[in-house]
Write a protein that binds this ligand. Structure first.
Ligand SMILES: C[S@@+](CC[C@H](N)C(=O)[O-])C[C@H]1O[C@@H](n2cnc3c(N)ncnc32)[C@H](O)[C@@H]1O
Length: 361
C-alpha cells in the first residue's frame, strides 16, 4: 500500500461502517517500508481503535479482521520460497480435497488468463490467454467519458485488469479490491517485480511452474487491497469508474453488490458490469439469484431483465436509480481449467450511470 494512495482515497473504518458510522483510518505503525510503499504495518480507526494489518503491502480492510485471519491464516503465512518439486510433494500429500489444492486450481485459471499472453511457452490454440483483458476492452468501448478521480476494479483477482486500467487512464489511481489474499499477493508481486511465477495445471494434480516477465506500464498508479465488495470501506461517490467483471454470481448478495457498487459512483461516473450469470448455490443462495429460476414467471428465468430492473431501482444513494447507457448481450470469456479443458462463457456486459436527479436541490 502506498501512503499517497491511502491519503488520496481516505478509507473508512469497516467496523464503524458496519454500524453506519463513517470514521477515518490512520497509519498507526510501519514496520517495513520503502519510499511511500508500506509492506508491513498497522492501520487503526481514529474512533473505535479497531486495527487492520498491512501484510506484504496489502491492507486487510474487512469488518471482522480476526475471522479473516483465522480463515486465511495458512495462505497468509505460507512460504513462497519453496521450490516447485517440494510444492508438488506437499500438494500430493494434502490431496485433491485440500483447501490448498482448490486455491492452486483457481490461481492456475486466473494467472493463466491474466498473464499467459506474456509466457513465451504458452500455446495460443484453445482458450487464448488474455480473455478478461479483451472483455475489459469491450466493456470500456461502451463508455464515452470518464471524469477525473480514482477507479475501482472490484473482484480483481490477480490484477491484470487493474494494471490495464492504470495504463488506459494515465495519472489515475486504480484500486484492485478482492477478498483473496493469495490472489492479491500474486498481483502485488507482479506489480513490484514485473514478473509472475505460478503453477499452471496440466491435469489432475499435476502442475507446471511458469515464471516469466510481465510488462507493467504504470505500477505507481495501482494498489491492491483486501476488501469485501459487499461493504467497501471507501467514502460514497469517490470513484470515476467502477468495474465489476464476472463477480456478481460469486457473491452471497448480488443485489447488495449492485447497491454498494452504485454507492461508489459520482454523478458523472460509470459502472461497468459483466456476468456469465453462472449461479451456483455454493456461492449464492437461490433466493438471492438474480434470475436463473422461476422459468414460468414473467421474465422466464432470465437474469438480464432482473439486473437491468435492479440497477434502475431507487437506492439511498441514487434516488432515481441508474440509467443503462450501453449494453452488449454476449461477449466470449473463456478460461483454462487444465490442458484438456476450458470453460467458455457468453457474458452480459453493460454500462450504467446515475440518472440525473429531477428532485429540486
Ligand atoms: C470469478 S472471479 C473473477 C475475477 C476477475 N474479475 C476476472 O474476471 O478474471 C471472482 C473474483 O471475486 C472475488 N470475490 C468473491 N467474493 C468477493 C467479495 N465478497 N469481495 C471481494 N472480492 C470477492 C474472488 O476472490 C475472485 O477473485
Amino acid at each position: 500500500m502506498r501512503s499517497g494512495h491511502f491519503a488520496e482515497v481516505s478509507p473508512i473504518c469497516p467496523v464503524c461502517r458496519h454500524k453506519g458510522v463513517s470514521s477515518a483510518l490512520e497509519l498507526a505503525h510501519v514496520s517495513r517500508s520503502a519510499g511511500d510503499q508500506i509492506f508491513e504495518g498497522i492501520l487503526h480507526c481514529t474512533e473505535c481503535s479497531a486495527e487492520y494489518p498491512i501484510i506484504d503491502g496489502i491492507p486487510i480492510l474487512v469488518n471482522d479482521v480476526a475471522a479473516y485471519l483465522r480463515t486465511n491464516h495458512s495462505q497468509i503465512v505460507q512460504r513462497r520460497t519453496l521450490t516447485h518439486p517440494l510444492r508438488t510433494l506437499i500438494g500430493d500429500a494434502l490431496g485433491p480435497d485440500a483447501a490448498q489444492e482448490q486455491l492452486r486450481r483457481r490461481s492456475s485459471t486466473y494467472c493463466r488468463d491474466h498473464f499467459g499472453m506474456w509466457d513465451p511457452e504458452e500455446s495460443e490454440g484453445r482458450a487464448p490467454p488474455g480473455s478478461v483483458l479483451r472483455l475489459l476492452e469491450a466493456a470500456l468501448a461502451l463508455v464515452d467519458t470518464v471524469p477525473a478521480g480514482p477507479i475501482l476494479d472490484l473482484g480483481c483477482s490477480v490484477g491484470a485488469t487493474t494494471m490495464r486500467l492504470a495504463e488506459r487512464f494515465p495519472d489515475r489511481l486504480v484500486l484492485g479490491l478482492d477478498m483473496s489474499f493469495d490472489f492479491l499477493r500474486t498481483a502485488m508481486s507482479v506489480l513490484d517485480t514485473g514478473a509472475v511465477c505460478y503453477e499452471r495445471r496440466r491435469v489432475g494434480m499435476v502442475y507446471d511452474e511458469r515464471r516469466f516477465p510481465v510488462p507493467v506500464k504504470a505500477p505507481d498508479q495501482v494498489d491492491f487491497w483486501v476488501c469485501d465488495v459487499a461493504a467497501i470501506p471507501l467514502p460514497t461517490a469517490m470513484a470515476s469508474l467502477v468495474v465489476s467483471l464476472n463477480l456478481l454470481d460469486s457473491l452471497h448478495s448480488p443485489w447488495g453488490h449492485l447497491v454498494e457498487a452504485s454507492r461508489m459512483l459520482g454523478a458523472q461516473s460509470t459502472l461497468l458490469l459483466s456476468s456469465p450469470y453462472d449461479w451456483a448455490p455454493s456461492a449464492t443462495y437461490i433466493e438471492n439469484w438474480l434470475g436463473g429460476h422461476s422459468q414460468r414467471g414473467p421474465g422466464r428465468g432470465a437474469s438480464e431483465p432482473v439486473v437491468r430492473q435492479m440497477l434502475q431501482a431507487t437506492t439511498p444513494y441514487h434516488p432515481d436509480g441508474l440509467t443503462i447507457t450501453a449494453e452488449k448481450l454476449q461477449h466470449l470469456w473463456q478460461v483454462w481449467v487444465h490442458e484438456r479443458s476450458t470453460v467458455a462463457y457468453d457474458v452480459h456486459v453493460l454500462a450504467a450511470r446515475p440518472q440525473p436527479t429531477n428532485s429540486p436541490s
